[in-house]
Design a protein around this ligand. Structure first.
Ligand SMILES: [Zn+2]
Ligand SMILES: [Zn+2]
Ligand SMILES: [Zn+2]
Length: 289
């Protein structure tokens, strides 16, 4: 299964858009893999985890076609993970294709042609943000549907089996979700945003094996509080996976969702991780499982 990292940065981007600290200056000067935009992945040909505002820019940049997307798993409604505006443009009024050309463009219609159904999964906070774009129109006219899943239940769509699990990350009194994903014979965990995994999530993880873990490392070397991983807490989770024998084959952990100022830029982070099973992902990286 091919996974493409469309972005690996946190909300402030890397370098921080307005920041002149040492790390941000390094990333701005050296460019390349040191530069990170908001986090999302494309996987198994037609599936996404998260939908930030720049997702189409990044997909075009890395040669990923989003037209046939059938599954969107949303972790939580923070704006660096979910911006529904580009979903709004899927709207096509019922019957618009049958109108004469002259009338068609005046009809409330933002696209032409058929799309496969896009199934979106997310919590109530994601739904609230998404609902705002529908303007009381039929959801079906966006060729979409939306599910607020039950955590720790297994779902199937677009050839993917997945289990939403509770994340240690709050928004508006509601916790986000991380996803255990199985497709094309491979399994991986996508876990951003989340601090140390809660016990129910650990119990669920213990019952499965993974080929890879994609884990956030937002706070890097500085503990700025709870809600995100530090590098120290990343190692605690790696030990959890190793001690419980949860890896299929060689352990591999890929870090994403890095915040500037506190997590060293890619060039400086890689030597720190050398010789371990933990590696830094970067924007545009493809992972073949
Ligand atoms: Zn985030
Ligand atoms: Zn968040
Ligand atoms: Zn900075």
């Amino acid at each position: 299964m091919k996974i493409t990292f469309l972005g690996t940065g946190a909300a402030e981007l890397y370098p921080g858009a307005w920041c002149q600290c040492d790390y941000c200056t390094y990333a701005r000067t050296h460019g390349g893999r040191n530069v990170r935009f908001t986090s999302s992945i494309h996987f198994a040909d037609k599936c996404l985890v998260d939908f930030p505002a720049d997702v189409f820019n990044k997909a075009a940049h890395y040669g990923v076609d989003l037209l046939g997307t059938e599954l969107l798993l949303c972790t939580h409604p923070h704006e660096d993970h979910f911006d529904p505006q580009m979903l709004y443009w899927r709207y096509k009024a019922y019957g618009a294709d049958a109108l004469p050309e002259s009338e068609r463009y005046a009809a409330p219609c933002a696209r032409f042609g058929e799309l496969p159904l896009l199934r979106v999964f997310g919590n109530r906070g994601v739904w609230a943000r998404m609902n705002a774009i529908f303007e009381n129109r039929e959801v079906a006219d966006y060729a979409m549907d939306f599910t607020i899943p039950q955590v720790y239940q297994e779902y199937h769509h677009a050839g993917v089996d997945f289990i939403p699990m509770i994340a240690s990350h709050m928004e508006g009194g509601e916790r986000g979700m991380i996803y255990l994903i199985h497709a094309q014979g491979k399994t991986f965990l996508y876990a951003t945003d989340s601090d140390t995994y809660v016990e129910r999530t650990r119990d669920c993880l213990r019952a499965h094996k993974v080929d890879a873990v994609i884990m956030e490392a937002t706070f890097g070397e500085v503990n700025k509080g709870r809600g995100h991983m530090t590098l120290g807490r990343v190692w605690d989770e790696v030990r959890f996976f190793e001690e419980n024998g949860l890896f299929n084959g060689e352990p591999q952990v890929w870090l994403t969702h890095m915040s500037p100022h506190r997590t060293p830029p890619y060039d400086l982070l890689c030597p720190m991780l050398e010789g371990t099973c933990v590696r830094s992902a970067y924007d545009g990286m493809t992972l073949e499982l």
